[in-house]
Design a protein around this ligand. Sequence first.
Ligand code: PAF
Length: 284
Amino acid sequence: MELITTIADLQARLNTARESQQTIGLVPTMGALHQGHASLVERSLRENDVTVVSIFVNPTQFNNKQDLATYPRTLEADRALLDTLGATYVFAPSVEEIYPEEDTRMFSYPPVDTVMEGERRPGHFNGVCQIVSKLFAITRPHRAYFGEKDFQQIAVIRQMVKAEGFNLEVVACPIVRETSGLALSSRNQLMTAQERNLAVNISRILFVSLEYAKSHTIIETQDFVVSTLNSLEGLEVEYFQIVDGYTLQPVTSWDSASYIVGCITVFCGATPIRLIDNVCYIKH
Ligand code: PAF
C-alpha cells in the first residue's frame, strides 16, 4: 500500500489505472480507523480493482473548534490496518493541499439536510459536501463507500451526487457493532471504560424498541426510547426521531412509509461525548 499526500501524485496513479480499464473504489474517512472502516475497505476491495482510502480530518465540517482539536488522529495505526487489509492507496493530504484557499461553495439540499444533524450542527453538511465533492473530483471513483451509522450523511451525499452530476455509485454499508451492541465510532476512543458501559445502553434500548414498536405508536416508541435513556445517569438524548428512511422527514404512523428508521443522538458522560446511532424499523 502506498501513502500519497498530494493530489497530483494520486491523480497520476489513478489515471494509469483508468487507462487500463481498472475500476476505482473510494473510502473517505477522517482516520482513527476501526472495524467499521475496515468493513468498507473490504467491500471496496471485493468490488473494485483499486481502492483509495482517504484520511483527512476535514476542518470545514466541524462546527465546534474543541471537537476538531480533540478528534483522534492515529495515522500510523491507520496505515498499519490498511496495509493488513490490502488497500491500494492511502491518501492523507494536508489541509493546505485540499484547501489552498477558503472553500466558499454552498451546498443546500432541504429538507434532507435541514432536519436532525442539520438543525443541530449548522454548516456541518455543507462542510461534508465540500470535502466529499473535492474527493470525488480528485479521484473520480466508480464507487464510494459510506457507513450507515451516519445515516443522514449518506442521504445528503446522495443528493449532492445527483445535483453535481457525479457519475458514481454511493454504496451504503451496514453499521458494525461491538459484541455489546455499541456502534463502532472513532469517537468511542475518547470514552472512559465507564462511559463505554453507559453508551452500550443506546443500542440496547434501540433494539428493545424494535419489539416495543410492534404494539405501540410512533410517538409512544419515541417517548419510550428517550425516557428510558434519560433515566440513566450520564446519558442525555439530544434527539430521537423516527423518520422516512428516504426523505428523513418525521413519520406519524407505521404504515405511512415503506422505509422507517429511528435516528438518535445522545450525550454520554461528563465530557460529554456525542454519539449517534440508528435502527431500521421497517424496510419493504
Ligand atoms: O463520515 C466521515 O468520516 C466524514 O464525514 C467524511 C465522509 C469522511 C467526510 O469528511
